[in-house]
Ligand binder design. Structure first.
Ligand code: ZN
Ligand code: ZN
Length: 405
């Protein structure tokens, strides 16, 4: 068992950046835009590629037992890790919420050891965050200085130790999702402008070491950028596609994802979308498909049928169903990779990416979720938004369907 042993360091006032608390602006994390692929819009926002620099990220614990080089398998991880210790009240933390109750304020600096074992899920401030939450010298949040990465970094934790989503009971996962929604809504309210237009919210899971996780205990993260001044090309591409399709159809109410999720779209840009051949699961609220032109083979997309721009707008029925949908999708993807992963250079590790735009003033964006397994890729994939596959998503769907009872 490897245990986080930096208690004394965490409690020291002299180490900067834990929980996003910095003494002064010069020590804060900063960002750079690649000049070779960044443009500035008329409104002063940037669109391009952004890199963060944050020294404290190097202090994260590395708790996977060893790096597993075998394709399509995963090493057992320790059953007691930093998040187990946090849940047991053995490590200090700044707790934002417990189950369906808000706890501390988003800009709180109060840390304590709290026994959380009676909860199902909780959200804490990320100890090793890549963003500045509070800059003491400025006595403010640093939102005005756009070179400082200012925001709220959240870690959403299931109290019990699970390695993967497919192990989590549905009831527990529903509380987990509700805890995330409650907490992020509260943080956005206190940190962003009233329309959230200065807010960029990244929500994602890193499951497994190859997917970027440093702690095996299942968790997801939210990065709320409070001084958002632009888009990466990828997020901008999704938004622009929605907007462009609206213009192209000459219908201001047109939404690609609304039609797609209701299976009303047959072809687009001269392509037969073969949606029926790729459906894995469907109910009144969600459609789950294998992605038509995937970033990794076996990528699964979950699309809400209602036109919502983010996770934070879902109602209770949609959340209940989403919990089941995420467990189902991960189970199927895991079974597929266990049987076929070796053939396609796929690993069980995966990222789950929430494609969303939590701007209350934007009606163009339709939220969706991508479950992307880690796959060995090459220069073609890294050169551009481009992918070479040896198998069609329709064939993969047929294989995945064989695992559905
Ligand atoms: Zn654990
Ligand atoms: Zn829509």
């Amino acid at each position: 068992m490897k245990k986080a042993d930096n208690n004394s360091v965490m409690l020291s006032e002299n180490i900067d950046g834990f929980w996003g608390i910095y003494k002064n602006a010069t020590l804060s994390p900063f960002g750079r835009w690649d000049p070779f692929r960044t443009i500035k819009t008329d409104s002063g926002n940037k669109i391009g590629h952004h890199t963060f620099f944050s020294a404290i990220r190097g202090k994260r614990p590395h708790e996977f037992s060893s790096f597993d080089t075998t394709v399509h398998t995963r090493k057992e991880s320790p059953s007691i890790d930093t998040f187990c210790e946090l849940s047991n009240g053995n490590l200090p933390s700044i707790i934002m919420s417990k189950d369906l109750k808000l706890w501390q304020k988003p800009l709180s600096t109060y840390f304590s050891k709290e026994n959380l074992i009676d909860t199902k899920a909780y959200t804490s401030i990320n100890l090793y965050t890549p963003m500045a939450r509070i800059i003491k010298e400025l006595n403010q949040k640093g939102q005005e200085d756009f070179n400082i990465l200012s925001g709220i970094p959240l870690v959403h934790i299931l109290t019990k130790h699970y390695n993967t989503i497919e192990e989590v009971p549905t009831e527990e996962f529903i509380i987990y999702l509700k805890n995330i929604i409650l907490t992020v809504n509260e943080c956005m309210k206190s940190f962003c402008n009233p329309n959230y237009t200065n807010c960029k919210v990244l929500h994602f899971y890193n499951i497994g070491q190859r997917a970027g996780a440093s702690i095996p205990h299942l968790h997801s993260q939210t990065l709320i950028h409070g001084n958002h001044k632009g888009f990466g090309w990828k997020a901008y591409g999704f938004l622009k596609t929605y907007q462009w399709n609206k213009v192209f159809s000459q219908d201001e109410h047109y939404c690609l994802a609304c039609l797609y999720s209701q299976n009303l779209l047959k072809d687009l840009h001269g392509q037969d979308l073969k949606i029926k051949e790729r459906i894995l699961w469907e109910d009144d609220y969600w459609l789950i498909v294998v992605v038509y032109a995937p970033e990794a083979d076996g990528e699964i997309r979950i699309i809400p049928k209602r036109h919502v721009a983010s996770l934070y707008e879902l109602n209770d029925s949609e959340i209940d169903s989403l919990a089941a949908a995420l467990i189902f999708s991960n189970t199927i993807q895991t079974k597929f990779i266990k049987k076929w992963g070796k053939e396609y250079f796929l690993h069980l590790d995966r990222n789950i990416l929430f494609r969303q735009l939590p701007w209350q003033t934007n009606n163009d964006f339709h939220f969706f979720i991508d479950i992307v397994p880690i796959q060995q890729i090459g220069g073609a994939e890294r050169s551009d938004d481009h992918k070479i596959s040896q198998v069609t998503p329709e064939e993969i769907t047929a294989k995945m369907r064989s695992f559905i009872n």
